[in-house]
Ligand binder design. Structure first.
Ligand code: MN
Length: 725
């Protein structure tokens, strides 16, 4: 049975200022890596040392000391050798301009990815962030990380920087300390890496509030000195009783870290003596059931305080922490805090996700994207199952590690949280619906980007708006947020209403003419009477209803005219036939074009008029028309307006001989005529030839004829037809 008083979190007074040489690192690594793996780490060191040649840290020492020290920290966590190589190289992209590709060539893709990941996090850290955004910032860092080792390297990097922070100016020091306290220590805590979390907190505290830190340290020192004897008596008593009962275990006196004391005083509003006059011991035993037996023994020795016992073995903390906690009343009424746990639980409590690494890499598994994190979570999950308690304690960790959200910056450095798959348009609407309605493009990480682009965590997004820009129906295909969807929909509805009104008006005019009357000839009284009769408030509403296809223009026209029986008779007998409705192509959403036959200006066309959808234009002879007839849809005579200026897609089928580059030749020929190719489908017919279907955008039949004429001149083209169903 061993006993030791340890001071686990030395700060500032550390005499053996870590000047790890690579030889020290290699010797240390012999404790768990093979000679070959250590050689690889050394090779990474040589590369890094050369890249950092001539660079010095603020303290004056050669820069390479820092990455070697970072690797040492990860070595103490027993990380795999690739992780150590990446640690040694972690600043070369950021600080020496070595390209990621160069790392991939020199080492491998895995190392390059790791170093690149760390560099991205480093660039993130430069950004200013509001305090309230710290939680989002933490999530963003985790969300950006495909390999959890990137986070571990970053934590080790930050730890070493914090240990050697003294060399910087006070303002910068404070900023870094604050960032560490708000971002990095909580991440370490979330991942269960307790020892790094505590050291980061302690170091940050000492730099952010140096005076409070010193006062607290002195006060704690005084109290501890005065109670030295009492502590060793309690320790002796516990050890003696355990021995009597035949229980194996180590009793360790435990000093609370100063930041923990400080936080308790501030958050729980406790006085210094309330917080400090508590003596803490940790008992580490071999087996789980021993924990409970030790607990019973100790409750026999000192009186437990009611309501202060916590069983984190049965119900682990969110990050997987397991222990029994109890609070006892010792000699002279002092409070004694006891933690009881097994060696395994202790390792887990100290190293968290990294502890899981050790077990896994012992089996020789290679870590890929998040597999480690998954394994760790799995571990936690099983622990949870074993405890027979099904509270959803893992949810938070899981959400942090595998978020279904993306975190992106506004140009001013605020973080916006959007659902996974969110596009630039979603971002624009998240800022303001006015911005969303007027957006035309965006700069993502300063690069010009189309609106449908999906965003990734860590990107900075700047929206470009234009006055007069309007939402497009196609946005509905890619927006994911409710806000964007609702805004686009309501805008389109409004727009559609206007278009329907215009169309309805034209259709009614047309029918009135067919009945031998101009609109002006319908008396206002007759119109009012009709509106009242059918229960429509205004004539605009009537036009809209016609435009949307909810009311037949012919019937409306008849009844407007029918007020005068003479007129009706005249219409019935001698109403002159009126020309078909002219289609301009610019009617908007109330006039659509059949995807079956793809009509273009110049084609002979018919309109199918259906309630709520307006007119859909088809080519005469389109095979679908038969179906519409059976369904009793309303046919409408339509023709192209001679001035129709609209670009529409239509499909051509080209049979080509299988030669290299034939698709490119055909596509280039089409492009030469000023047409865009919207879609290409091709399938091989036999060994010698293929059929390619092009969806080309044309102004009309003449344009299409030009395309086909030019294609016939291409030697590889064997046959070309306009496709139709
Ligand atoms: Mn660094």
């Amino acid at each position: 049975m061993a006993s030791a008083i340890t001071i686990p979190y030395p700060v500032n007074d550390r005499q053996d200022r870590p000047r790890f040489l690579v030889s020290d690192l290699c010797i240390f690594l012999e404790s768990y890596l093979s000679a070959e793996q250590i050689r690889e780490v050394y090779r990474a060191y040589l590369f890094s040392a050369e890249a950092h040649e001539g660079q010095r840290r603020k303290s004056g020492e050669p820069y390479i000391f820092h990455p070697v020290a970072v690797a040492r920290i990860l070595g103490e966590m027993r990380m795999d050798y690739k992780c150590l190589m990446a640690a040694v190289l972690h600043d070369v992209i950021e600080d020496t301009g070595v390209a990621k590709e160069a790392l991939a060539r020199e080492f491998d893709e895995e190392i390059a990815e790791l170093v690149d990941g760390v560099s991205k996090l480093t660039q993130m850290g430069v950004k200013n962030h509001a305090e309230a955004q710290a939680a989002n910032m933490r999530k963003m860092l985790l969300a950006m990380t495909k390999d959890i080792r990137v986070i571990l390297i970053k934590l080790a990097d930050r730890l070493h920087n914090m240990r050697t922070l003294g060399a910087l100016d006070p303002a910068k020091t404070r900023r870094i300390a604050k960032e560490t306290l708000e971002i990095y220590a909580p991440i370490a805590n979330r991942l269960g890496i307790n020892n790094i979390c505590l050291e980061l907190e302690e170091l940050s505290f000492s730099h952010y509030w140096p005076w409070r830190y010193r006062c607290l340290k002195n006060a704690v020192g005084r109290v501890r000195g005065a109670r030295k004897e009492l502590v060793s008596n309690v320790e002796g008593a516990i050890q003696g009783r355990m021995r009597q009962e035949g229980l194996e275990g180590r009793v360790i006196g435990r000093q609370k870290h100063l930041y923990g004391i400080y936080r308790k005083m501030v958050q729980k509003k406790r006085s210094f003596s309330e917080v400090v006059d508590v003596y803490a011991f940790r008992i580490i035993v071999d087996r789980l059931d021993t924990c409970y037996r030790v607990l019973g023994t100790i409750h026999n020795l000192f009186k437990p305080l009611p309501g202060r016992f916590k069983d984190y073995i049965a119900i682990p903390k969110v990050n997987g922490y397991q222990s029994l906690h109890t609070l006892l009343v010792g000699p002279n009424g002092v409070r004694i805090e006891i933690q009881i746990r097994t060696g395994d639980m202790h390792r887990m409590a100290e190293a968290g996700i990294a502890a899981h690494w050790i077990y896994k890499s012992a089996v020789g598994q290679v870590g890929g994207t998040h597999t480690r994190a998954t394994g760790w979570l799995q571990n936690l999950l099983e622990m949870q199952k074993g405890s027979g308690d099904s509270i959803e304690f893992l949810e938070n960790v899981k959400i942090d590690l595998f978020p279904d959200e993306v975190y992106v910056f506004t140009p001013k450095g605020h973080i916006l949280v959007l659902p996974q798959g969110a596009s630039v348009v979603d971002f624009a609407y998240a800022i303001h619906s006015g911005v969303g309605n007027a957006c035309v493009a965006a700069r993502v990480d300063r690069r010009l980007t189309p609106l449908r682009t999906r965003l990734h965590s860590g990107q900075t997004v700047e929206i470009i708006t234009a006055s007069g820009a309007r939402p497009k129906p196609s946005w509905l295909n890619f927006v994911v947020t409710g806000k964007a969807r609702a805004n686009v929909r309501s805008y389109l509805k409004q727009l559609q209403a206007q278009e329907a009104e215009d169309l309805g008006r034209r259709m009614l005019d047309q029918e009135l003419l067919a009945a031998g009357r101009a609109w002006e000839q319908v008396g206002p009284e007759r119109l009012r009477g009709f509106l009242a009769e059918v229960g429509v408030a205004t004539v605009e509403d009537l036009w809209r209803q016609i435009g949307f296809g909810n009311r037949l223009p012919r019937l409306v026209a008849r009844r407007l005219v029918a007020s005068d029986p003479r007129e009706l008779r005249e219409t019935a007998v001698g109403g002159r036939p009126v020309g078909p409705l002219a289609i301009k192509g610019s009617e908007g959403m109330v006039v659509g074009f059949g995807k079956c036959c793809r009509p273009i200006p110049g084609d002979a066309i018919v309109g199918i008029f259906s309630p709520g959808r307006g007119i859909v234009v088809h080519r005469q002879g389109c095979r679908n028309l038969g179906d519409f007839q059976r369904l009793g849809q309303n046919w409408l005579e339509v023709e192209w307006d001679p001035d129709a200026q609209v670009d529409l897609p239509t499909e051509i089928r080209v049979d080509v001989g299988n030669r290299r580059g034939v698709l490119a030749t055909v596509a280039a020929t089409i492009a030469e005529t000023g047409s865009n190719i919207e879609n290409v489908r091709s399938h091989e017919r036999d060994d010698l030839s293929s059929t390619i279907n092009f969806l080309v955008i044309v102004h009309g039949r003449r344009h299409l004829a030009e395309i086909m004429r030019r294609l016939r001149a291409v030697p590889a083209v064997m046959r070309i037809v306009r496709a139709s169903r």
